[in-house]
Ligand binder design. Structure first.
Ligand code: ZN
Ligand code: ZN
Ligand code: ZN
Length: 376
């Protein structure tokens, strides 16, 4: 369901205020989830510059290649009454951005450029405005984007339900004799069937491959006793991502210590989710996940942070990691995904998306979290 226009009007106004408070004169946002957050269109980034110019004092202007102007018909951009500045291939779009900024009045000495802006545009903007210091736009936008409104939470809930339905079907595809890649192809198709626009990632890490947290897929053939990490997700039509990991076993796990190790991991994931509440810091949640694992002697096996924010990006702020003293607030959404990894043997991870509520926490993924022993 597309967001109502008022959503974007309010976001643009809040962003302008926050830009001023951050001591920046403007934000420059190229096609990205940031742009989708602000205007309801993601656009496509390439060598031709599309850029939302957001002066701290003044009205926003969208700079677009003339040939892409028709593509804006029917988007919120027109309904918002945003000024559109077109440029043709014979013109210099960076000079146009400079002209738009000058028109807003006071000189632009510090601008925030979108974190995902291609370097080619960043450097060309720098050449066009040599006196302008460039900062990251996330200094302004991350603060806004990590506090989700109820429509965004609803969108993440829909995404969570969709990916849960894919995990519910996993037993059909995870069979002895099939390769990880064959399984992943079925999973990717199901991710789309169950309501995503694409399968952004499908990790099927079987046996020793499960010990590599960002393993993709391989031609390894599934064998009896394999422990298999399946980490999958993608964007829904609203642009909000799912991301959920479950760990399966093809029959009883071949590694004698897998069941006990997994039990520790499951306790850690539960402890971390239980620790989430408004007023708690991100690093306290990370510590809550780490403690049971460390106490069991597996501290060195948990080789990544506990989680990441999620929304229009699959990985965004807040990061649930040691050193992040950010205080959690209602509306923040992030993963809780501790893992333990035994190089050359097996690995396991459990991942749910959670949302901070007024009084605590809600999980958006609901599939059972035990080691799922599939019949062989
Ligand atoms: Zn990851
Ligand atoms: Zn994740
Ligand atoms: Zn994941």
């Amino acid at each position: 369901m597309p967001a109502p226009l008022e959503t974007f009007t309010a976001r643009l106004a809040r962003t302008r205020d926050a830009t001023r408070v951050a001591g920046l004169d403007a934000l420059l946002i190229t096609p990205s989830p940031d742009l989708r957050y602000l205007l309801g269109v993601a656009g496509a980034s390439h060598e031709r510059l599309t850029c939302l110019v957001l002066p701290a004092d003044g009205d926003p202007v969208l700079v677009v290649p003339a040939l892409e102007r028709p593509g804006l018909d029917g988007t919120p951009v027109l309904a918002l009454g945003l000024e559109i500045a077109e440029w043709t291939d014979e013109q210099d779009p960076y000079a146009l951005v400079t002209a738009v900024l000058r028109r807003a009045g006071s000189p632009v000495t510090r601008a925030g450029v979108g974190d995902a802006m291609p370097a080619a545009h960043v450097l060309a903007l720098r050449d066009a405005q040599p006196a302008c210091e460039q900062k990251l736009a996330s200094t302004v936008l991350a603060q806004l984007r990590m506090r989700k409104d109820s429509a965004e939470i609803a969108a993440l809930t829909v995404a969570g339900e969709a990916i849960d339905r894919v995990h519910a079907r996993m037993g059909k595809w995870l069979r002895i004799g099939r390769t990880e890649a064959q399984v992943a192809a079925d999973v990717a198709a199901a991710i789309v069937e169950e309501g995503h626009t694409s399968a952004a990632f499908v990790i099927v890490g079987s046996g020793p491959n499960g010990a590599s947290p960002h393993h993709d897929v391989s031609t390894r053939v599934l064998a009896p006793g394999d422990v298999v990490v399946v980490d999958i997700g993608g964007p829904t039509p609203d642009g909000y991502f799912s991301d959920c990991t479950r760990t399966y076993s093809l029959g009883e796990p071949a590694d004698a210590d897998a069941a006990a190790g997994y039990a520790v991991l499951q306790a850690a994931q539960d402890a971390a989710v239980a620790a989430v509440a408004p007023g708690v810091t991100a690093e306290q949640v990370d510590a809550a996940a780490r403690m049971p694992i460390t106490n069991a002697g597996f501290g060195e096996r948990f080789i990544h942070r506990t989680g990441h924010g999620i929304g229009l990006d699959v990985h965004e702020q807040p990061y649930i990691v040691a050193g992040n003293d950010l205080v959690l607030e209602p509306g923040m959404a992030f993963s809780i995904e501790p893992g333990i990894y035994f190089r050359g043997h097996w690995g396991a991870r459990i991942e749910d998306i959670v949302v901070v509520t007024d009084s605590g926490v809600t999980r958006l993924n609901h599939r059972p979290r035990d080691l799922a022993i599939l019949p062989v």
